[in-house]
Design a protein around this ligand. Structure first.
Ligand SMILES: Cc1cc2nc3c(=O)[nH]c(=O)nc-3n(C[C@H](O)[C@H](O)[C@H](O)COP(=O)(O)OP(=O)(O)OC[C@H]3O[C@@H](n4cnc5c(N)ncnc54)[C@H](O)[C@@H]3O)c2cc1C
Length: 448
């Protein structure tokens, strides 16, 4: 492999940890590997390649100075953690041997191996990994953003560090009435979290039977099922029944009238993707409303149609993670159009596939490793129980442990709360975690 062909920054600030201040404009850089996005996927891939290559051969293009372990925001909403417990500085999680350009990617010219940034920098690359995640689309629900911003509205979301603590404040100060939870009509990350927070809220309120007896809780989902994998859906329906949570299927939030404390929904028939023209508004009053917002691909992908599919997600092969058109481009994580559940657990599996296949590409060979669609969702059902859903493409369960994971377990809860954050910060972001397959082989030696 010709790593010595790697050229590092040809102009631009020279700073000791390979950090490039965003203050300077119009700098030109060149690198072996450009990683766009320094979240879960980008940081993990940068760690894997930075240790193989000379200093600054890997550039990470990431605008934010903050890095969050997002899966813990559910337990922030449940009051077990504060947002600060989920936070590290980006500078502390990026590999020291990589150069960080703190800016947004704006334009990619794949034919020229070039990315242009918002501040006017140009980055020439030999290989590129796109890992820009998925964005909340508050504007799709009129009134939602204003309600989130109003401290006393009773409207919150665990899908943002700005509002996750508000969720617990709303639950804590609730004195009875209508509590609504929603699931959006769009692709989203961690599709289990909208119901996890409903179960936590119900558990919290159950500790005060007086308040619980005066409360009606509903879970309003655009889907016709409670969860996409049948084995776990069967158990989750029982959990919702036991907790006396009304599940309203095919029910989509379309507006929030927070001055009147009303949430407006429409009914989504079978085959429609958007609101049918003849649909009637369904109005539910609320005292507390938790919204899982609609989501959409980041602007960088929506505005660079040459690398995206028609929906705006990065167009990659669902097995190799290689771009369908540009062989020196790979994708990882939530921004890809692979039909898996968008989770950090999926990234743990994808990162090995991307690493191995990109190494083959660098050797002028074709990609060999295949991503099987693995994703996992620790479905918290209370403050000490959890259903540990694990599955691959087409909703086929693929469980690691030697017990039926569709049953609520305490072990799964403590893995979610304590083990996974530890693994994330100390093993995954350093590029050493490839998912629980090794453990699965130990517990199930005779399965493939
Ligand atoms: C409430 C909640 C609960 C969750 N629970 C779980 C769980 O239990 N288990 C689980 O496995 N997963 C869970 N997840 C999902 C998991 O956190 C995400 O799937 C994962 O973090 C996605 O990683 P990513 O690298 O694709 O995107 P991100 O980590 O979001 O990173 C994307 C990065 O790209 C950057 N970026 C965006 N635009 C540009 C641009 N133009 N140029 C450069 N950089 C850009 C962003 O600043 C960001 O840093 C949860 C998520 C949430 C919000």
């Amino acid at each position: 492999m010709n790593i010595l062909r790697t050229i590092t920054a040809v102009s631009g600030p020279s700073l000791s940890r390979g950090f490039s201040a965003s203050a300077q404009k119009n700098a030109k850089y060149s690198c072996k590997l450009l990683v766009v996005g320094g979240g879960s996927g980008g940081c993990t891939m940068a760690a894997k390649f930075a240790r193989r290559f000379p200093r600054d051969a890997v550039i990470v293009l990431e605008p934010s100075k903050d890095h969050y372990y997002q899966p813990l925001w559910t337990l922030v909403g449940g009051g077990e953690f504060k947002v600060k417990d989920t936070h590290r500085l980006e500078a502390d999680v990026l590999p020291k041997k990589a150069k960080w350009v703190q800016d947004y990617a704006e334009v990619v010219v794949p034919g020229d191996n070039l990315v242009k940034t918002r501040e006017g920098h140009e980055i020439q690359y030999e290989y590129i990994i796109i890992a820009v995640g998925i964005d909340n689309d508050y504007a799709k629900v009129p009134g939602l953003y204003e309600a989130l911003e109003d401290k006393n509205s009773g409207v919150s979301t665990i899908y943002s560090p700005a509002y996750a603590e508000k969720t617990f404040n709303d639950i804590k100060s609730f004195k009875g009435g209508e509590m609504l939870f929603t699931y959006p009509n769009s692709p989203m990350k961690c599709p289990g979290a909208p119901q996890k927070i409903a179960y936590l809220a119900e558990s919290y309120l159950s500790a005060n039977p007086d308040v619980r007896s005066k409360t009606h809780i509903s879970y309003n989902t655009c889907l016709p099922v409670i969860f996409g994998v049948k084995k776990y859906a069967t158990e989750l329906v029982k959990v919702a029944e036991r907790k006396n949570i009304e599940v309203r299927y095919r029910t989509v939030l379309k507006a929030v009238r927070h001055d009147k404390k009303e949430a407006v929904f429409y009914h989504k028939p079978d085959c429609e993707t958007e609101e049918p023209s003849n649909s009637q508004d369904i109005v539910y009053p609320y005292d507390v409303l938790h919204v899982a917002p609609p989501m959409l691909p980041p602007r960088f992908l929506r505005e660079n149609a040459c690398i995206a599919d028609t929906a705006g997600y990065l167009a990659v092969d669902k097995y190799t993670m290689q771009h369908v058109k540009y062989t020196n481009m790979y994708g990882i994580g939530d921004c890809c159009n692979t039909p898996n559940s968008k989770t950090a657990a999926a990234i743990a599996k994808q990162c090995y596939v991307v690493e191995q296949n990109l190494l083959h590409t660098m050797e002028n060979d074709s990609p060999k490793e295949k991503y099987n669609g693995y994703g996992a969702c620790p479905l918290l059902t209370s403050y000490n129980t959890c259903i540990m859903a694990e599955f691959v493409y087409d909703g086929v369960p693929r469980e690691t442990f030697p017990f039926d994971q569709s049953k609520e377990s305490k072990l799964a809860y403590y893995m979610k709360r304590d083990l996974f954050p530890f693994m994330y910060w100390n093993v995954m972001l350093k590029g050493y975690y490839h998912g629980p397959e090794f453990a699965r082989k130990i517990f199930h030696p005779f399965q493939d």
